[in-house]
Design a protein around this ligand. Sequence first.
Ligand SMILES: [Zn+2]
Length: 110
Amino acid sequence: MLKPRKVPMRMCVGCREMKPKRELLRIVRNQQGEVKWDPVGKAPGRGAYVCRSRACFTRAVKAKQLQRALEHPVEESVFEKLLEEIAAHEQTNPEEEATTSQAGKSPCRP
Ligand SMILES: [Zn+2]
């Protein structure tokens, strides 16, 4: 019984748009009260999400949206990690803007 996988949607704290979870960066506050980037998206704890976009990230940082969503201060090193990730993403997808909204077509991979 193979059900088609639904795409989980989460809200970016920068632009407040709902996006597929896998397109977003997840920042998590774990039970020890540490705030970290969660590259796998499965770490336990309270999560906040932001697009892999410098604009969204900058907006989220300036408005302290991550702190607000996590109800916890966020260390500078976390922001640095996220910026690195965004920069790497920009290099691999230089012109990727909001044109990839064909979520209906999901190829069945083995
Ligand atoms: Zn965004």
